[in-house]
Design a protein around this ligand. Structure first.
Ligand code: APR
Ligand code: ZN
Length: 255
């Protein structure tokens, strides 16, 4: 872990008036939830066009339902990890203005963040795709029909490929980022637009924390490669003025 970069980010966070965090699926892999484009990612096993489109919802409902009910059931087993809790603590202490997330797992709210903008919706809210009537997880998992219209297509309120993005959420996210003086991207390949354009709306400093370099990483002021949880922990320890517990650091202290 690059201690100099950790110290820089901790200083920028401490000095910032308005830090905004933009997260992707890499923020939840340490909770046990696969991301999409890494070696173990969902899209390495399943062609997204067969499950994550309106066509799949309407014409391949069994496939659609199987994919999303598996992901929804996972949320009963997996929960936010230490990285989510640091972000909640930073918002609580006034260091972070808000979270803009591409994730649909609700982990930021579960960890305690209040200002969360879900660009791609949420697995946790269910509605009838035939009449729009709100429904619930149990009815979706049981493949019940809609209580209002008897329709057979209950679905999670997430944005499928090709669907319109939730304009109100996007408007708020854009304003938040435009007003930020520090934007930290965590765990995203930045391959999906328009989310991958958001980091460049800030007039402030841009940091990316990711397991691997992305095609856009060079455009950031700072790139930290590694696991989100460990890096956020190290930034938090530095921010609090503590020593960073890192192998290199401990070796130095022992000699
Ligand atoms: N710590 C840091 N980075 C990680 C970790 C981790 N523990 N685990 C994975 N990553 C990185 C991966 O290396 C990858 O670059 O997170 C990134 C995740 O990228 P994607 O899988 O493409 O996920 P994301 O960028 O969120 O995808 C955007 O695509 O399919 C759609 O709707 C879906 O919201 C999703 C969107
Ligand atoms: Zn209905």
């Amino acid at each position: 872990m690059d201690l100099h970069k950790i110290t820089l980010v901790a200083d920028w966070l401490q000095a910032s008036e308005s830090t905004v965090i933009l997260t992707g699926a890499g923020m939840s892999t340490e909770s046990g939830i696969p991301d999409f484009r890494s070696r173990e990612g969902w899209w390495k096993k399943i062609n997204p066009m067969t499950v994550s489109t309106v066509d799949a919802l309407e014409n391949e409902y069994e496939l659609f339902h199987g994919f999303y009910s598996l992901r929804l059931t996972d949320l009963k087993t997996y929960h936010p990890h230490k990285g989510h809790h640091f972000l909640a603590e930073w918002e609580n202490q006034g260091f972070v203005k808000g979270i803009v997330t591409q994730n649909v797992d609700g982990f930021h709210q579960e960890a305690g963040n209040k200002s969360v903008h879900e660009l791609h919706g949420s697995l946790r809210s269910i509605f009838c795709s035939d009449c729009g009537q709100a429904s619930d997880e149990g009815a979706f998992l049981n493949q019940d029909t809609c209580s209002e219209c008897g329709g057979h297509h209950l679905r999670p309120d997430i944005i499928l490929f090709g669907e319109i993005l939730p304009q109100e959420v996007w408007g708020k996210a854009i304003r938040l980022i435009e007003e930020s003086d520090l934007l930290i991207v965590i765990g995203s390949s930045l391959q999906v637009s328009p989310a991958n354009e958001l980091p460049f709306l800030t007039n402030g400093k841009k940091v990316i924390i990711n397991n691997e370099a992305t095609l856009l990483s060079e455009q950031f002021d700072l790139q930290l490669e590694g696991k989100a949880g460990d890096i956020l922990e190290a930034i938090d320890e530095k921010r609090k003025g503590g020593e960073i517990h890192d192998d290199i650091e401990n070796t130095k202290r022992r000699t």
